[in-house]
Design a protein around this ligand. Structure first.
Ligand code: ATP
Length: 205
């Protein structure tokens, strides 16, 4: 399990544009980090770089279980990270039930029932995901975090399409995850209602 994440002197470009350079931050088990910055600052790109989908120009992202116990980045990314992007990657023709079963099988064994209950998905399970509203889709995506536990949650605007009730539920799920020694990094435009560090991605440009 990842117990510490170190982002060390990271530089990232997209196309011709340098998004940021010299970005360093550490995160320990039980801690959350909110990524802030204007549209286009590079928050999504940073999440994708941590997840290993974008190669940085400079610097490194390192994962460890604790002091002196580094985890290979490939192992960390394959087994210990969830990336929840705002496009969500749901197959429109699958039902919510099929999608949840597919995603949890792909991530390893998990507890689908508790996820269905936590995100109020029971009435939606037999609907194709293309028929779900934006908020319902987001709840289905968040369910994967509960159904297949992983230490580091990388969340891109996780609360954006949710109403007040489900924002509170999702915030509580993040707090529970942190209390259990997990870590959360979330790109946000509105402050998270939980104790967290903040990194202004635009300030490193
Ligand atoms: N595949 C790509 N090729 C070239 N440029 C890209 C690519 N993906 C993103 N960009 C550019 O990188 C910059 C940062 O985008 P990113 O999505 O990381 O920003 P963001 O901070 O998450 O923005 P927002 O708040 O609007 O979601 C933008 O200018 C965007 O156009």
């Amino acid at each position: 399990m990842i117990g510490r994440l170190c982002i060390d002197d990271l530089g990232l470009s997209r196309g011709e544009r340098v998004l940021f350079h010299g970005l360093s931050v550490d995160l320990d088990a039980g801690e959350a980090l909110a990524l802030t910055g204007a549209n286009g600052a590079g928050k999504t790109s940073l999440l994708r770089a941590i997840a290993g989908f974008i190669r940085p120009d400079a610097g490194a992202v390192r994962f460890s279980e604790g002091p002196g116990a580094e985890i290979e980045p490939e192992t960390a990314r394959a087994r210990h990270i969830h990336l929840l992007g705002h496009l969500e990657g749901l197959k429109g023709a699958r039902t919510a039930r099929e999608e949840l079963a597919f995603q949890t099988a792909w991530c390893g064994r998990g507890g689908i029932d508790s996820a269905v209950e936590a995100l109020g998905l029971a009435p939606l399970l037999d609907l194709e995901t293309r028929k779900l509203s934006a908020g319902q889709r987001r709840r289905l995506s968040l369910a994967r975090l509960i159904a297949a536990p992983r230490a580091l949650w990388l969340l891109d605007e996780p609360l954006a399409p949710l109403d007040a009730r489900w924002r509170a539920v999702a915030t509580q799920l993040m707090q529970d995850h942190l209390a259990g020694g997990g870590m959360v990094i979330a790109a946000v435009h509105d402050p998270l209602d939980l104790p967290c560090h903040t990194l202004d991605v635009g300030a490193a440009s």
